[in-house]
Design a protein around this ligand. Structure first.
Ligand SMILES: Cc1cc2nc3c(=O)[nH]c(=O)nc-3n(C[C@H](O)[C@H](O)[C@H](O)COP(=O)(O)OP(=O)(O)OC[C@H]3O[C@@H](n4cnc5c(N)ncnc54)[C@H](O)[C@@H]3O)c2cc1C
Length: 404
């Protein structure tokens, strides 16, 4: 089958908040051919099926997910970007040349710069290695929301939600909307200080509790759990929702040979969102898993300057040394030293931190020390100012960030 071959200035893969913000910024800055490819039938990314508020900031104010998705898409098209939906990017023919497939057939599109914005997904049950049967009635929050809000499917009658990050509350809300009784929320983490053990909706939050197996076939009949004291129970239910535990949607990046950061599992990148592949940038949840839409859109906007510089000069500074973290810190983004960027780094912790002191060093020499004013919950992220990056020796070893 023949492929249609074309050349554009900037090709953006993924029309979520990050990709749309990048497209809007680049088109508004005068880049002539900014094209966004999106595999879904509509642009907007995850917010499209989040039928609740909590999206947007200045200048929009608080918006529902679908309203925010529409706002982002309109901003991009009004600026002059071309949005093409129903088109999946399947691989790379060469650096900065991507293969795509859609209703019109196969295409091969070359670009002077590529911006990857393919987002992240929650790890499904199989990837969490939960033993037991393989019944129906098992979802991630994203799958649940699509089923309820986009496809109006019948879900079940009694549900267990696994996780206690904010997205677990979105899952509980969606279940309530669908008329499903919430039996319990389950988390391996200890209770958060001041958190209600029986929050709104009346379902208990079982902390320090592990899911050990799923039971039932063909439909789920129960979730087996082990409590901290070793007792085991089966929570009778026909639906279970696995929440959070994000993994970047990095398949396309991997097919392009882009090195991934071992912590985030997203493309390694510097503060200007440059990956190790010249001309290929990455933004949004692809870089770090589940952060807010505002963070994803901020990164999309922030990539405008670096892309414009690359289009004007064709230069691609050699990547600096990696930024690495020590447990309980799980990752840092950006994770390559370098110039440019938004002046802040994002870090994630695996356990609760109370006023931690962070120490940054390279080859044994301290570069920066800072105490955080606020506690951070397990699985929570926080920011670190990036001015000390100027002191990193580009020819030196990895930069280590640890608790001091
Ligand atoms: C249940 C839930 C509730 C949430 N609630 C909130 C909230 O209240 N407030 C908030 O700020 N944030 C919330 N978030 C987080 C927010 O949705 C994300 O931060 C945001 O969507 C990330 O934007 P993104 O552009 O990086 O990725 P995404 O929104 O995931 O967009 C990525 C896009 O890339 C497309 N794509 C991927 N691969 C390809 C390919 N190969 N070819 C073509 N297209 C491709 C995907 O189809 C998708 O549309 C929520 C998330 C979830 C799951």
């Amino acid at each position: 089958m023949t492929r249609r071959e074309r050349l554009v200035d900037v090709l953006v893969v993924g029309a979520g908040p990050a990709g749309l913000a990048a497209a809007a910024g680049l088109a508004a800055a005068g880049v002539r051919e900014v094209e966004v490819l999106e595999r879904d039938q509509q642009p907007g990314g995850i917010p499209r099926h989040c039928a609740h508020g909590g999206f947007g900031a200045r200048p929009t104010g608080d918006l529902s997910g679908p309203a925010y998705a529409l706002y982002c898409a309109t901003e991009a098209t009004d600026a002059g970007a071309t949005l093409r939906t129903g088109i999946t990017v399947t691989g790379w023919a060469a650096p900065r040349t991507l293969d795509a497939t859609g209703p019109g057939g196969l295409e091969r599109i070359s670009a002077r710069a590529v911006v990857l914005a393919t987002g992240a997904r929650e790890r499904p049950r199989a990837a969490r290695l939960v033993p037991g049967t393989r019944p129906s009635g098992v979802y991630t929050t994203g799958e649940l929301q699509r089923a309820v809000h986009l496809h109006r499917q019948h879900i079940g009658t009694r549900a267990v939600v696994v996780g206690d990050e904010p997205v677990a509350l979105a899952a509980a809300d969606t279940l309530r909307t669908a008329g499903v009784h919430l039996v319990a929320r389950v988390t391996e983490h200890p209770p958060r200080p001041f958190a209600a053990v029986r929050p709104a909706g009346g379902a208990p939050l079982l902390t320090r509790t592990t899911v050990t197996a799923l039971a039932g076939r063909p439909r789920l009949t129960g979730v087996r759990v082990r409590h901290e004291d070793g007792r085991t129970t089966t929570l009778a239910c026909d639906t279970v929702v696995f929440t959070a535990d994000w993994i970047p949607d990095h398949e396309l990046a991997r097919r392009g040979g882009l090195p991934l950061d071992p912590g985030t599992r997203g493309p390694a990148h510097d503060p200007a969102y440059r990956t190790r592949e010249p001309g290929v940038f990455a933004v949004g949840n692809l870089l770090h898993g589940g952060e807010s839409a505002a963070t994803a859109a901020r990164e999309g906007r922030a990539v405008t300057g670096p892309v414009l510089r690359h289009l004007a000069t064709g230069t691609w500074p050699a990547g600096g040394p990696p930024l690495t973290v020590a447990a309980p810190l799980e990752w840092i983004a950006p994770n390559l030293a370098g110039a440019g960027g938004g002046g802040r780094l994002l870090l994630r912790t695996g356990r609760r931190l109370t006023a931690p002191r962070l120490v940054v060093s390279q080859d044994g020499a301290p570069l920066h020390r800072r105490r955080l004013a606020r506690p951070v919950p397990p699985g929570g992220s926080f920011t670190l100012t990036a001015h000390w990056l100027e002191r990193v020796d580009p020819a030196g070893g990895p930069v280590h960030i640890r608790l001091g």
